[in-house]
Structures are given as structure tokens and as C-alpha cells.
Design a protein around this ligand. Structure first.
Ligand code: ADP
Length: 542
């Protein structure tokens, strides 16, 4: 600003100036100067304090240039009565006392008069500076007001505390949170302002009452005040007096150091998180309860299943002995009924095995034994196991492996279980003279294992359900035995390997299952133990 020339200043907008000067010669000199310098001033001249007041009552100005001593008073009288208007003092009595007094009272500038009136030359710059400063002050004031408005309307509770932890400013959210009026908070020590219950030996109120050194809020504020560094997200459980009632609240507090006029303040942001904390707490209780129930159920299922297995084994053994004629010859009628008993005991045995298998899978990834495996070798084992069943069913079983398949990381026994299950289903649901083919390829980090048959197929509407536990396609007239758990187990195991399974089918043409298995073991999609338990629970109770 200082480097602006008079000419530059002149180019700018016109200023309205009030000159308060009781010396006629000085008045004339000012007018002459304005004219000769062509200053862009619209000015009025007042010869006294009272005249100046009259003019100020009905006219607006940008700047006042006032002589210090005036006939009926001093420029200080004007200073004290005008606001928002910069005043430049001129005086012949150039002493520091006047200058200091004027500055203190809010004068913007001070120009010492001299006898040859060269002081007039300082006026244009002083006027320009005063107006600029006024503009800046106004902008700052606006900013300050905006900040205050943001502070007041912030949806989170905000408090400003001074070095002595006394609240100097508070916003609406705090007043609402604490159900307190402004005077009950402002100018009060923070503990009182919040309504902290002052407990003796921590017996009442929160355990670490603000008035004790253990209070988290107090500690946070002291850190902020003394070290001038922020503290964020302190959660504290506290007892406050709200509506004269002791109320337990969870508060989350952040504190920032702030300096205003070189004094230390602590800006507090307070959030009432009681509802969230209560919801979390309830959720945790509920979760613990659910876990307990699930554990009990799974224990129950496993015990019952084991308990059934033992007598079932004895029944099977007994039937086999009688059927084999060890206890003496049996007639055709007896054999027929014993065959029915045998089939049903076999079914019951298979169901119990599947239930136990499914239950074991519930603990997720932990139970898998990931090793590097040769899929070709595994398929040859599966082929060997299933060959007799295929032969008896008069179904042609073939296995085809692409060349150079990489070794893959998976749980050998579990993947054998998957493939055996799929191949045995394929044989089971394929009429005589049909074909079951297994092939394996390697594609983009995955082993792609296809198991296809030329069997009876699966109706379109049943396809989305076949991996659900106990789901079986209804085939009136040609029911084929099974538990409906096999594919649910297959699906679970594949998922636990981070893989996936797809199925395509056409009625009376055949079915093709495709298992995609990652070559490098990867963790399965997130599934909480509760979900796993629920799955088990559903699978058992149907
Ligand atoms: P199940 O013990 O009945 O075989 P699964 O869970 O293994 O139970 O299979 C569920 C149902 O899906 C079966 O009952 C059957 O209807 C159908 N399914 C499975 N595999 C085949 C297949 N290869 N061909 C035709 N239907 C099949």
C-alpha cells in the first residue's frame, strides 16, 4: 500500500472525508491541497466537535481527518462516539502522550502538523491506509462472525475453555446435549459446566470425576493446554447431573489447542455416543448368547449323532449276521423285510455321517490342512475308488487330465471328498449305458475340474437350490436315495478353499459340475463363525 503514488490513489474511487479543524488557515490549506493535487475527495469541513457531531448525524463518511485540539473539546471526544469509521489525527502539539492516547482510543493514524504545512502531503496515503485497514478489519470481522456461526451451529458439541478450564464459549449442541441454559455453562469451570457429579473418593458420579486427577477429560484438557497438542477421540463414561437427575453418559471428546489474543484456550468437541455404546453393548451380549447357544447345539448334535452311531453299528452287524444265515436259514419273506431294514439302517448311517461331516466344517479354515498336491494323482485315486460302483451301475467312467498341470495347495482329503461326492452323484443319477467323464485343465491360476454325465439332468428351477442342505430334486416314480447334504458339503469345502462351483444341466441329456480351485491357497470369503454356526444350525434343523 505504501508504494502507491498519489496519481494511482487518485484514479480510484472517490472518498468521503470529514475534516474537523478549527483553524481557518488550516482548513483553507487542506482545500487548496485537495484541489491542487486533484484528490478524489468529497469533503465536508466541521470547525468544532459539536458541528462535527451534527454532520455525522446525517451524513456518511469513509474517513475523518481531525485536529487534536478543537475549540469545544478534542478529537478524542469524536473518537469515543464514532464506530466503524477510521480517524486520522493531526496536531501541532506533537507529543508522544497525545499519540499514545489516540492510538489507545482507536485512531488509525497520527500526523504531526508543521509550520509550512508539508504534513498535508502525508494525508492521501494515510487516508488510503486507513481505508484499507478498515476494509481488512471488516473482512476479518466477517470471517470471525462466520466462524462463530459455524461454531454455534455445529452438530457436535463445542466448548471453548480458558487456561483455568473455565468455559468462555459454548454452542447450541452442548446446551441441547446437557439440557442446560447458556448461563449454567458459560463462565463456569468445566466440571461444573458439564454438571459432573462431584463424588467423594469416586463413590458417586463417574469413577474418575472431573474434580479428581484421574478424570480422562481433565487429563486431555491439561495435555492440550500445557503441551499445546491435540488429543483426539477420548471415550469416557461419566455421570452428569441433567434435569437434576444423575445421568450416565458415554461421551467422545476431542480437544485442540487454540490461541486467542496470545492466550491459551482449549477447544473441546463433545459427542454423546451413549446410544451407539448401548447398541454395541447389547449387540455384544446378544452375540455372546448366540455363540453359547450355537456351541450347545453343536455339542448336542455331535453327542446325539455319536450316541446313535454305536447302537446303529450293532443293529447293522446283527442284520448282516442274520442275513448271512449265520444264525440259521431264513426264508424269502424274512429276507425281504431284513433287506428293507438294512437299506434304512444304511440310509440312517449315511445321514449321520453327513451331519457330522457338515458339523466339522463349521470351524472354517482352521480345519483345512493345506498341502501342495498333485491333482492327477488324486483323480486317479478317485477313479479307482469309484470304478467298481460305475461298473456295477453299468456306467462308463473316464478321467482326462491336461498335460503339465501344476501342483496345487489344498486339503487332500477334503478335495477327494468333493470329487468322490460329485462322481458318485453323477453315476447315481445316470441310467445304465451312460457315461461319466472327469477332466481337469489349468486356467489363470485355477484348476478347472469338470464332472459331467449323460444322466437324467436337473430341472432349471431346481438348479439354484441344489447346494442347499437337505434339498433333493423330486423325481416321482424314480426316487433315488440320498441325504440331500452331499452338495451342501461339497459347496462348503470348495468355498473354504477360496474356490467356486458351477452347474449346468439339461433334462434327460445330462449334468456338468465345474469346480474352480485356486492353485495357490487363498483365504475364503469372510464368513463369521456365527454365520457358519447358523448354516450348521439351519442344515440340521432344516
Ligand atoms: P443326495 O444325497 O440326494 O445326492 P446331494 O446334495 O448330493 O444330495 O444332491 C442334491 C440333489 O441334487 C440330488 O438329490 C439330486 O436330485 C440332484 N443332483 C445332484 N447331482 C446330480 C446329477 N449329477 N444329476 C442329476 N441330479 C443331481
Amino acid at each position: 500500500m505504501d508504494d502507491k503514488t498519489t496519481a494511482e490513489i487518485m484514479e480510484q474511487t472517490r472518498y468521503r472525508i470529514l475534516l474537523i479543524e478549527d483553524d481557518k488557515l488550516d482548513q483553507m490549506a487542506f482545500e487548496r491541497f485537495v484541489r491542487s493535487e486533484k484528490l478524489p475527495y468529497d469533503y465536508r469541513i466541521a470547525g468544532s466537535v459539536s458541528e462535527a457531531r451534527k454532520i455525522l448525524d446525517c451524513e456518511q463518511f469513509d474517513v475523518i481527518v481531525a485536529d487534536y485540539s478543537l475549540g469545544d473539546g478534542t478529537a478524542m471526544d469524536i473518537l469515543s462516539s464514532v464506530e466503524d469509521l477510521p480517524i486520522i489525527l493531526t496536531t501541532g502539539a506533537a507529543d508522544e502522550r497525545v499519540a499514545i492516547e489516540a492510538w489507545k482510543a482507536g485512531a488509525y493514524d497520527y500526523i504531526a502538523k508543521d509550520s509550512d504545512r508539508t504534513y498535508l502531503k502525508a494525508i492521501p496515503k494515510a487516508v488510503e491506509n486507513a481505508i484499507d485497514r478498515m476494509k481488512m478489519e471488516k473482512a476479518l470481522e466477517r470471517k470471525q462472525k462466520n466462524l462463530e456461526a459455524i461454531f454455534d451451529a455445529a452438530p457436535i458439541g463445542m466448548l471453548l475453555a480458558n487456561e483455568n478450564m473455565v468455559i468462555t464459549r459454548v454452542n447450541y449442541a452442548v446446551r441441547q446435549m446437557l439440557h442446560r441454559d447458556y448461563p449454567q455453562i458459560i463462565n463456569r469451570q468445566i466440571g461444573d459446566a458439564l454438571g459432573c457429579i462431584r463424588g467423594s473418593h469416586g463413590q458417586r458420579g463417574c469413577e474418575n470425576c472431573f474434580f479428581s486427577s484421574g478424570c480422562l477429560l481433565r487429563q486431555a484438557m491439561e495435555i492440550v493446554r500445557d503441551l499445546e497438542r491435540p488429543v483426539h477421540d477420548v471415550e469416557m463414561y461419566t455421570t452428569l447431573k441433567i434435569y437434576n437427575q444423575e445421568t450416565k453418559l458415554w461421551l467422545r471428546i476431542s480437544a485442540e489447542p487454540v490461541r486467542i489474543d496470545d492466550r491459551k484456550y482449549v477447544l473441546l468437541a463433545i459427542d454423546d455416543i451413549t446410544e451407539r455404546k448401548q447398541a454395541e453393548e447389547e449387540h455384544r451380549l446378544a452375540e455372546e448368547k448366540l455363540k453359547e447357544t450355537m456351541e450347545l447345539k453343536s455339542q448336542f448334535i455331535s453327542t446325539v449323532s455319536h450316541e446313535i452311531r454305536t447302537p446303529l453299528a450293532a443293529i447293522k452287524e446283527g442284520i448282516a449276521i442274520v442275513l448271512d444265515g449265520v444264525t440259521g436259514p431264513i426264508n424269502e419273506g424274512q429276507k425281504k423285510f431284513l433287506d428293507v431294514v438294512k437299506r434304512n439302517t444304511d440310509r440312517l448311517g449315511a445321514l449321520i455321517n453327513d451331519v457330522l461331516d457338515f458339523q466339522k466344517l463349521k470351524s472354517g479354515n482352521k480345519i483345512l490342512d493345506f498341502q501342495s498336491n498333485d491333482i492327477e494323482q488324486i483323480l486317479s485315486d478317485v477313479h479307482e475308488t469309484m470304478a467298481l460302483y460305475a461298473k456295477r451301475s453299468e456306467v462308463e467312467l473316464s478321467v482326462d487330465c491336461a498335460r503339465g498341470l501344476p501342483k496345487a495347495e489344498f486339503d487332500r482329503d477334503k478335495i477327494i471328498q468333493v470329487l468322490t461326492n460329485l462322481v458318485s452323484n453323477a453315476i447315481k443319477f445316470t441310467p445304465r449305458q451312460g457315461r461319466v467323464s472327469v477332466n481337469v485343465r489349468h486356467r489363470e491360476g485355477e484348476l478347472v475340474i469338470g464332472i459331467s454325465d449323460t444322466g437324467m439332468g436337473i430341472p432349471k428351477e431346481a438348479l439354484p437350490k441344489i447346494f442347499e442342505r437337505f434339498y433333493r430334486v423330486k423325481r416321482p416314480g424314480k426316487e433315488i436315495q440320498g441325504t440331500g447334504l452331499g452338495l451342501a458339503i461339497v459347496h462348503k469345502i470348495v468355498m473354504m478353499h477360496g474356490g467356486r462351483i458351477e452347474v449346468e444341466s439339461e433334462i434327460d441329456r445330462g449334468t456338468a459340475f465345474t469346480v474352480f480351485l485356486p492353485v495357490k491357497a487363498k483365504s475364503p470369503p469372510e464368513q463369521s463363525s456365527t454365520q457358519m454356526d447358523e448354516l450348521l444350525e439351519n442344515s440340521i434343523t432344516g
